[in-house]
Design a protein around this ligand. Structure first.
Ligand SMILES: Nc1nc2c(ncn2[C@@H]2O[C@H](COP(=O)(O)OP(=O)(O)OP(=O)(O)O)[C@@H](O)[C@H]2O)c(=O)[nH]1
Length: 209
């Protein structure tokens, strides 16, 4: 049975200035700073939450969107359970770059990585360049009919908590699926252990959440 303590790595990817750091700060610190400095390399924050009775520790890696840091990205997404792919709804270019992230992740990571598309800055609807319908259709086409697009605003605190909770639920579902497969396919131990390594579960009955 899946332990009641779970740890997962989540990486945030996307073009420069789409608001990756702002989303993490909004989620973890409940604040917004309009003068957020551009990320150099990447930064890491850990946060604990309880979803559906499970205590989860998310290790969130916020990566730098500047092109010069792109070659470093594999260092941060390697071993990730989930990747949050962020675009800015006022930038068609940032949306088109999601496609190259998906291709790169498909090429270089396990099929099991959870991919979540997120449009940030929905407070700037009057400047919108990417329609909800376009992004929604794209997400379902690329990531399957169950993919739910999130349009959020780190500035106005719209949808950010819901989006992180949704990703965490998907991580839980994945962990449960891996457990199920492990039970029903004992011959697949090696492969399943490799997968399982990315979602660390622990049967501890007590933790710091
Ligand atoms: N209006 C609005 N501005 C936002 C929002 N989120 C971020 N910003 C602004 O967008 C700019 C870039 O935000 P960051 O969080 O630094 O973006 P980033 O994707 O982490 O940027 P890099 O680290 O350079 O890749 C900053 O001026 C933010 O204040 C939002 O939801 N609405």
């Amino acid at each position: 049975m899946l332990g009641h303590f779970l740890e997962a790595k989540v990486v945030i990817l996307g073009s420069q200035s789409v608001g990756k750091t702002s989303l993490v700060i909004r989620y973890v610190q409940k604040t917004f700073s309009p003068n957020c400095p551009s990320t150099i390399g990447a930064s890491f924050v850990a946060t604990k939450l309880v979803v559906d009775g499970y205590k989860i520790r998310l290790q969130i890696w916020d990566t730098a969107g500047q092109d010069r840091f792109r070659p470093m990205a594999p260092m941060y997404y390697r071993g990730a359970t989930a990747a949050i792919l962020v675009y800015d709804i006022t930038s068609a270019k940032s949306f088109s770059e999601i496609d190259s992230w998906i291709k790169e992740l498909r090429r270089t990571t396990s099929d099991d990585i959870i991919l979540q598309i997120v449009g940030n800055k929905c407070d700037l609807d009057h400047l919108r360049e990417v329609s909800t319908e376009q992004a929604n259709d794209y997400g379902k086409k690329q990531l399957g009919p169950d993919h739910t697009l999130f349009e959020v605003s780190a500035k106005d605190d719209q949808g950010v908590d819901d989006m992180f909770t949704h990703v965490t639920r998907r991580i839980l579902d994945k962990a449960q699926e891996i457990e199920r497969r492990k039970r029903t396919n004992p011959n697949g131990t090696v492969q399943l252990d490799a997968e399982h390594d990315k979602i660390k579960t622990n049967n501890r009955s007590c933790c710091n959440v």
